[in-house]
Design a protein around this ligand. Structure first.
Ligand code: B12
Length: 215
């Protein structure tokens, strides 16, 4: 069994000690942290499937969440190191949308954006539209990022974009949505400018926007 397979298996077996130990070993061996996060996403999808099939219950989901959070907290400092300290390239206001409390992926996106040189204002989870609007007024970001993992979050993203429009701020910011439940349809429905299921790709999109604006 490869180290990736063993790692994913330990998460699916909810073996926290083993999963964290493998993650630590992989990092110490100098493996690319993005590869470890890739495996984490595979494990997350499998856990989601098990939950949908009734093989996992909510307690298992909670345990899996704890394990994944622990792993991402181990990996995040390494991601930051990769970026080293750079000049600030832009400002990002980010949060998980109203009704949604998933934050593992959002936190990874925050770390990667910081590593790429963004100043990040993290509004946390279950963020109502008004809070996004207030933050745009207060911090004047180039980009607003919304994380969404559950279907009800779709409506929240739309409400948030609508609230930004109503406040007359839509032209001032680019909006990117991310998380397991976003796609082209969600982007169109919500009225965002881009979508992604990967923090690394999200950062590439955001850097492109900043470069385009600088021209
Ligand atoms: C762990 C987990 C939990 C944990 C969350 C812990 C935490 N602190 O986040 C707990 C146990 C709390 C939980 C609760 C619930 N969960 Co849950 N959960 C998951 C699970 C298994 C993994 C999520 C995860 O962390 N993935 C790993 C990260 C790394 O991936 P990611 O979020 O996609 O992030 C990556 C990218 O998308 C990107 N990214 C993320 N956000 C952003 C934002 C921007 C701007 C950018 C650029 C990039 C970006 O960066 C990351 C790295 O590349 C998923 C299954 C799945 N496949 O997603 C279900 C899942 C999301 N949960 C689900 C459900 C149903 C629930 C509950 C409703 C269960 C219940 N009955 O109570 C509650 C919801 C509570 C709420 N109101 O939000 C469903 C949602 C179904 C749906 N369509 O609505 C899923 C899909 C499981 C399933 N298949 O049924 N859950």
């Amino acid at each position: 069994m490869s180290v990736s397979e063993e790692f994913i298996k330990s998460i699916l077996e909810l073996d926290e000690r083993k999963a964290l130990e493998i993650a630590r070993r992989r990092l110490e061996a100098g493996e690319d942290p993005l590869k470890i996060l890739g495996d984490l996403t595979i494990a997350a999808d499998k856990i989601g499937e098990k939950y949908e099939k009734g093989e996992f219950f909510i307690a298992d989901l909670v345990m899996a969440g704890e394990i994944m959070k622990g792993i991402s907290e181990l990996v995040r400092p390494k991601l930051k190191e990769l970026g080293k300290v750079r000049e600030v390239v832009g400002k990002l206001v980010i949060g998980t949308v109203q009704g949604d409390i998933h934050d593992i992926g959002k936190n990874i996106a925050v770390t990667m954006a910081e590593a790429a040189g963004f100043e990040v204002i993290d509004l946390g989870v279950d963020v109502p539209p008004e809070k996004f609007v207030e933050a745009i007024k207060q911090y004047n970001p180039n980009i607003v990022g919304m994380s969404c993992l559950i279907t009800v979050g779709l409506e929240s993203m739309k409400k948030t974009v609508d609230a930004i429009k109503e406040a007359g701020l839509r032209d001032r910011v680019k909006i990117i949505i991310g998380g397991g439940r976003v796609d082209e349809y969600a982007k169109e429905y919500a009225g965002a400018d881009a979508w992604t299921n990967s923090a690394a790709e999200g950062v590439r999109i955001m850097l492109k926007w900043i470069r385009e604006k600088a021209r």
